[in-house]
Design a protein around this ligand. Structure first.
Ligand SMILES: C[S@@+](CC[C@H](N)C(=O)[O-])C[C@H]1O[C@@H](n2cnc3c(N)ncnc32)[C@H](O)[C@@H]1O
Length: 243
């Protein structure tokens, strides 16, 4: 899907029905809200919701005194829904209509939240670009929270966390030596499922998984596809196809 059709796809997904009717809707944005309060109690922490759409998490964070909030989404329609809902309060939020992979943040964040957006990045190179951006945009000590909805999607997130919380070492001693990076994350929550309250509110969240990590002091590194469990990209030159 190219950038325009992806944007159209998501705008249509938000416009064709009431935002409370989408399958990922949450009236009460748990466990994200409790997680932010527990791990990032400083209300001035800079928070960004990646692919936040019309989620009500931003409303709840405002209610709880968080004052430095950014919501980024590819779909302008979804952001408009949230903005309309919040009215005057929405003026305190920074709304960014952009593909996350095209975004060049001019500051660093203390909390990076992503509920059901990361796992849509499946085109070659997407996850590495996301990782490079995240490494640069999250402060040392900052919190990364990713929620995915299905076990296949969670596997992508799990692999991402595993690669970013290790040096990339291990494996066969006969394998070629790889460049290693210091771990960029310490994992704090490993794939928690929904509790009874969340399930009662939304039974479709049964397979949702939350993974949380804290950014270390390690400098941002260049992504290695093999560390993310992805095959190496073969260029045309290597395949001898360029003339
Ligand atoms: C399943 S919805 C989840 C919305 C919200 N996080 C929530 O929990 O209610 C996924 C959201 O990710 C956004 N999205 C998908 N790909 C994106 C991208 N490459 N950059 C920015 N947003 C993206 C979509 O527009 C959509 O709003």
């Amino acid at each position: 899907m190219n950038d325009t059709s992806l944007k159209d796809h998501w705008n249509h997904a938000w416009e064709k029905q009431d935002d409370t009717a989408v399958s990922w809707f949450q009236e009460t944005p748990e466990p994200s809200l409790s997680l932010v309060e527990r791990h990032a109690p400083d209300r001035t922490s800079a928070f960004v919701d990646i692919g936040g759409g019309a989620s009500r998490l931003v409303d709840s964070l405002l209610d709880h005194g968080y004052c430095d909030l950014t919501v980024l989404d590819l779909s302008g329609s979804s952001l408009e829904i949230a903005r309309q809902r919040l009215g005057k309060r929405g003026e305190h939020v920074d709304w960014i209509e952009s593909d996350v992979l095209a975004w060049e943040p001019d500051r660093r964040f203390g909390i990076w939240h992503d509920r059901a957006a990361f796992h849509f990045l499946t085109a070659p190179g997407d996850q590495e670009r996301y990782r490079d951006l995240l490494d640069r945009a999250l402060k040392p000590g900052g919190l990364l929270a990713v929620v995915s909805f299905h076990s296949l999607e969670d596997r992508v997130v799990k692999r991402f966390f595993a690669a970013r919380s290790s040096t990339g070492g291990g494996g066969s001693r006969h394998a070629p030596v790889q460049q290693t990076l210091d771990p960029a994350f310490e994992i704090t929550v490993k794939g928690d499922g929904p509790d009874a309250e969340e399930l009662a509110e939304n039974p479709r969240a049964r397979s949702a998984r939350l993974r949380v990590g804290r950014r270390t002091e390690a400098p941002a590194g260049k992504a290695d596809r093999t560390q993310l469990g992805l095959p190496k990209l073969v260029t045309g030159e290597k395949k001898g196809k360029r003339r």
